[in-house]
Design a binder for this molecule. Structure first.
Ligand code: M6R
Length: 464
């Protein structure tokens, strides 16, 4: 057989036996007590076993309840590593929440704690990344970083670019994986290619990662699923430790990817000497405070829900942000459209005057990301975004704003105001995205859509 496949075949004559084969698509085998399992993703079998084997390209397996026999394409016996997954079955349950997405939004403080744990040393002003073997010599030899990802992971990568360029001063390009593969990318042995993927199985991301590696790039993966294809093919892996994400709409994967990027940016900054110890300490202190700021933000759920109900009949919605808040605007729009089916667009607020402002009227609600960061009392982005709010209002637009909790100005000039705590500008997207997730969730729930499994979408996109 040629092409991309993951097959499980059963014959009427041997109903107790499954024959499986895979190429490019994911396939995982679960080893149980008196039963063995086949699935495309780990959470599907977590309730039965945590001992798994990830099949490699071209592997075959014959599965009975007694055992599993593995061979390669040529029929030669194989011995693949059994991995113990540290996710528990309850992690793949709703635990009293109406939807997985809601549970996963509320898990973000815990998930971020797990991403950061054991990696950030505030005292030493440095970061220790298990699974990443980048040293000062390797990093000095890099002339650029190229990030490839899709969907929400691509949005996280846009923020990751800002983090790395600010803290480590290395040029970073971010590509949609589906575009990168087919455009003769300028990548060589002096490039670090970072693939970002929750599932670690997204076909376009995997394909572009392979493409970059085949041109000599070193490959670093930021992944959530341990042992996934992208992680297996990487030279360095930075696991996000978010726990299983089951809702199709990515939430905790996004915030933990941002935390992972921040850790990497600090580490690269230290290795390149662009970040001194006192500054790194300050950044890591802010990182350590994040889980408690996330908890604080989640306490605003009721007012976010009221705002969501108020705007749930909208046909279109615009999200605006500047600087580090621009990727949050893109992510907010993606979340809303994928689960509520409301048409939404994310825009860099400064681009309004180049076209989208023509759309503004009372039927086009605008969500504006207008937080201040603690580093600058006001900051250029904040001043400018106030101007953008006025532009929208002057054209009869209705504004929902996400603003800093000590800001007295924004709540006075907008229809709905959602307060969030402050932190440094690069980490603020981890906080400001939370109201956009809850807003989308409550709009979708109010409209009665299938929040966890929106139409036409799959959790892992293993086809091109
Ligand atoms: O598993 P990945 O992070 O590679 O998935 C990438 C996208 O398919 C994914 O983020 C998708 O956009 C989500 N449904 C967004 O919520």
């Amino acid at each position: 057989m040629k092409g991309t496949y993951a097959l499980a075949v059963v014959s009427e004559r041997s109903p107790e036996m499954l024959v499986v084969a895979k190429n490019a698509s994911p396939l995982v085998l679960g080893l149980g007590e008196r039963a063995n399992f086949v699935a495309s993703d780990v959470p599907a079998i977590l309730a039965h076993t945590r001992d798994v084997i990830f099949l490699e390209e071209g592997d075959f397996a014959v599965i009975t309840k007694k055992g599993i026999e593995l061979t390669d394409r040529a029929g030669k016996k194989l011995d693949r590593k059994v991995r113990r997954i540290d996710w528990t079955p309850t992690m793949a349950e709703k635990n009293g929440h109406k939807h997985f997405m809601h549970k996963e939004i509320h898990e973000q403080a815990r998930a971020l704690t797990d991403t950061i744990r054991g990696r950030a040393s505030v005292e030493e002003g440095d970061v220790y990344l298990d699974g990443c073997h980048l040293d000062a010599k390797t990093v000095a030899g890099l002339n650029k970083i190229h990030v490839v990802a899709c969907g929400t992971s691509w949005h996280a990568s846009l923020t990751g670019k800002l983090m790395i360029e600010t803290l480590a001063r290395i040029p970073v390009e971010v590509d949609l994986a589906s575009e990168f593969r087919y455009r003769e990318p300028l990548v060589d042995a002096r490039t670090l290619c970072i693939a970002v993927s929750q599932s670690g199985e997204t076909a376009d991301t995997l394909g572009s990662f392979r493409e970059a590696k085949s041109r000599g790039a070193r490959g670093l993966a930021i992944c959530n699923v341990v042992g996934s294809a992208i992680a297996r093919e990487a030279d360095d892996v930075l696991y996000t430790h978010a726990g299983p994400e089951i809702g199709v709409a990515s939430t905790k994967a996004f915030t933990t990817q941002l935390a992972a990027f921040f850790l990497l940016a600090v580490r690269l900054g230290r290795l390149r000497g662009t970040l001194d110890v006192p500054t790194a300490r300050k950044h890591l202190e802010h990182l350590r405070e994040l889980p408690s700021l996330v908890e604080k933000t989640l306490k605003h759920e009721e007012e976010i829900k009221q705002a969501a109900y108020k705007f749930s009949a909208a046909r279109d919605l615009l999200f605006l942000g500047r600087g580090p808040q621009y990727p949050v605007a893109l992510e907010g729009a993606l979340k809303l459209k994928e689960i509520s089916y409301i048409h939404a667009e994310g825009y860099a607020a400064g681009e309004m005057k180049h076209g989208p402002i023509a759309l503004i009227d009372e039927n086009m609600p605008v969500m504006v990301l207008a937080p201040r960061d603690s580093a600058s009392e006001a900051g250029v982005n904040y001043e400018k975004i106030l101007g953008n709010i006025q532009e929208v209002k002057a054209r009869g637009g209705r504004v929902i704003a996400i603003h800093s909790d000590d800001d007295k100005m924004v709540p006075k000039i907008v229809e709905c105001a959602i307060a969030i705590p402050q932190t440094n500008a690069l980490l603020l997207p981890i906080i400001s995205v939370i109201p956009t997730q809850l807003f989308s969730y409550h709009v979708a729930d109010h409209r009665g859509t299938d929040v966890d499994q929106p139409r036409n979408l799959a959790k892992s996109v293993t086809v091109e």
